[in-house]
Write a protein that binds this ligand. Sequence first.
Ligand SMILES: [Zn+2]
Length: 232
Amino acid sequence: MEIDHYPPATNEGWLHFLPEGWHGIFRQLLDELEFSRPGVRVKQAKEKFGGMRVYLSHETTRDEQSMLLEAEDRSYHTCQTCGEEGRLCVDPTSGTLSTLCSTHDHGFETYRPDLPPGHSIRLREVIDPAMLLGQVQRVFDKIVDRWELSDEQKAGLLPPSAPDQEKLDRISVVYRIWKALNRLLPRPNSDLWVKAANTAPLFAGGCAIDLMAGGRLDDLLKVAVYLEAETV
Ligand SMILES: [Zn+2]
C-alpha cells in the first residue's frame, strides 16, 4: 500500500480528491488559471465544510485569488454528487456539511435556511466554527469510544488547547480515517485496527494510533490518505 500518488503529479490528479459533481468547476478553474499563468501548479484541492477549496503552490495573485473564490462560491451552489444546482446541507447526526441537490439530499437538512437562495456572500464566512464544533465533537467522542482510546491518546488526536478551526480539521480527518476503516474492514477489526500491530512502513514498527496521536495534524492526514488509497 503506497501513498506515492499524494500529492498527485499533475493538476488534474487532484480530481480524485474532489467529489464528482464538482469536477466540471475544477476543470474550468484549471483552464482559467492556466490561461493566466501557463504552468500554474495546484498545491491542494479538497472538499471542506461542503465547499471546494483550491490552493496554489506559489504566491497567489489578486486575479488568481478571485478565480479561486469564484469557483469556491460556485461549489456551494452545485450538488457535489451530480453537478446539478445544489445548496449547503448538514447531516443532523454527524454535523457533516455537504452541498447537495434535492435528489441527493436524503437524510440531510438545509444548513442555515435563513440564507437567501443564490446569495453571493461566501458561505465560508457564515459557518460558525464554534457551533459546528459542538456538532462534530459528538462524532469524535463516538469514534474514540469505539477505538477504546486512553485519555492521553484522545488528547493527542484532539489537543484541548488547539484553536476551534484546528479542532474541526482534526475531527474531519479522524472521521475520514474511521470511514475508510469501515469500508475496508468488517467489525470488530475496523475498530481494533488503530491499536493493532502494523507492518506498513508508514508506522515504523508501531501501531497506527502511535502516529495518529503524536500531535501532528500532518501525520493524521497521512494515515487518512494511506487508508483512502486502499478504498479506491
Ligand atoms: Zn445531485
